[in-house]
Design a binder for this molecule. Structure first.
Ligand code: MN
Length: 462
């Protein structure tokens, strides 16, 4: 197949070039003026950018959360990913406390057989982890791990365990990703709010202040330095936490940061009014000035990657949970947290290019190249170099797309961007040489996606 007449864009910039996909599903040739071979299929990319498929490194598909379950499974979630220009995802295996991590990994591998695009897995530790378990995960291509510094009742590990996990994972060339919020202090604020009868959804934001996010970022940065290990902060949401990431980087810590589009486009104002339960995510939505600081952090390299923390729930499930205490008014502590986003990430970040916040090259770096490098997939993913998997997006910067739920493919009945229309959307999406989305139609199949064995880290991330 020949993708012709487009402009190839990567983190170095763009240049007019055609791209040939070989019969093995890899990039075979990238050069201007390639002529189609006899019988070769041609995909016309005139007026479009030709970019490496998006690499989305923070999703929760099919995950049980309390009494409910995330509404997208690996089939629906990855179809939506493909429609929006993402051809690789990494989902978080989330172990219940006391559960065997390897058993949980087997469950997720099984779920992933329905994936429509390629997928990898991160492992979450909710308690002490043995060196043997870390090694067994790396052996299976799971080279990144997650620990929570919040949610003491279910997920949080203490600082001692965190230090041990950082050390063990670091020794095996892996990367620890961290949900950085001070769990015990947040629990105290939540108890006080409930005791005072403050149960409205906005209290979700008031009881998880940015100060307690920044404190946790600084603390885990220190622990990582002591462990001589890298650490990656998921979903940096506030200016204060960004400052903590920047300070750690400036003193030479191996610190990496991720943010998500919801922290760039939404504010805690969304946590008031009848739709408030649909905007509960953790960390909570912040303020306008936090958005501005995060955009600066994306442009200046303080933030390394953009992911989504895709974790959708049906509206009814959110409301049922909110009212489960039977008090007649919603209770912010009961709403399952998480937003849909797997399909809209590339477009929302392209909006940042249109708005002059980041460059087109930044967009390619933040959405595919850097996440592939950080998580051991480069140069197979996030690259259009010869020999890379032919995961290619033909991106039309003029194509308009509504981000309302009924116009998207995520299995969920609301959108955080219901009335928003963006300019910039895929014309075609190719996964390992196969067209999986074209002109707004999904033409791939669940089960096409393969499990990705990821490499341990070596050397610094470029
Ligand atoms: Mn998450």
């Amino acid at each position: 197949m020949l993708i012709a007449n487009g402009s190839v864009l990567d983190a170095q910039g763009n240049r007019p070039a055609d791209l040939r996909v070989g019969p093995d599903g890899r990039v075979a040739e990238v050069a201007p003026g390639l002529a189609p071979a006899p019988g070769e299929e041609t995909l016309d990319a005139a007026g479009c950018l030709v970019v490496a498929g998006g690499v989305e490194v923070h999703t929760h598909l099919n995950l049980p959360v309390g009494q409910v379950r995330v509404s997208d499974d690996f089939a629906s979630g990855t179809v939506a990913a493909a429609m929006g220009g993402t051809t690789t995802i990494i989902d978080y295996v989330t172990t219940a406390r006391g559960q065997d991590p390897m058993e949980a990994l087997a469950t997720w591998r099984n779920w992933g057989e329905q994936a429509a695009v390629d997928f990898g897995l991160h492992m979450t530790f909710t308690g002490p982890a043995t060196e043997q378990t870390v090694a067994a995960c790396v052996e299976q291509g799971v080279t990144s791990f997650k620990v929570y510094m919040a949610y003491p009742a279910s997920l949080q590990v203490d600082d001692g365990v965190l230090l041990e996990v950082l050390s063990a994972v670091g020794r095996h060339g892996g990367l620890v990703t961290t949900h950085a919020e001070n769990g015990p202090a947040i629990e105290a604020l939540r108890r006080r709010a409930l005791a005072e009868g403050r149960t409205a959804i906005i209290e979700h934001a008031h009881t998880r202040p940015a100060e307690l996010e920044a404190e946790a970022v600084a603390r885990v940065a220190t622990l990582a330095e002591l462990a001589h290990a890298p650490v990656y902060i998921v979903h940096v949401s506030s200016g204060r936490a960004l400052d903590a990431v920047r300070a750690a980087k400036q003193r030479g810590a191996e610190m990496l940061g991720e943010t998500c589009p919801q922290y760039l486009y939404l504010t805690q104002d969304n946590l008031e009014g009848p739709d408030a339960p649909d905007f509960v995510c953790t960390p909570p939505l912040r303020r306008r000035e936090d958005q501005d600081k995060l955009w600066v952090g994306l442009a200046d390299g303080t933030i390394d990657t953009v992911a989504t923390d895709h974790c959708p729930f049906w509206r009814a499930d959110r409301r049922k949970a909110a009212e489960s205490r039977g008090s007649g008014s919603p209770d912010f502590t009961e709403v399952p947290g998480g937003l849909p986003g797997i399909e809209t990430r590339m477009a929302l970040m392209w909006q940042g290019v249109s708005d002059g916040r980041i460059t087109a090259a930044d967009w390619a770096r933040l959405c595919s190249e850097a996440p592939a490098k950080v998580f051991g997939l480069w140069p197979r993913k996030g690259s259009l170099a010869v020999g890379a998997d032919a995961d290619v997006v033909v991106w039309d910067p003029e194509l308009e797309q509504s981000l309302g739920a009924e116009h998207l493919h995520m299995r969920v009945d609301h959108s955080p961007y219901e009335d928003k229309v963006v300019r910039g959307w895929p014309r075609a999406v190719v996964s390992r040489g196969r067209v999986v989305a074209k002109d707004g139609m999904f033409v791939g199949e669940p089960g096409w996606g393969r499990y990705l064995v990821r490499q341990p880290r070596s050397g610094a991330v470029g």
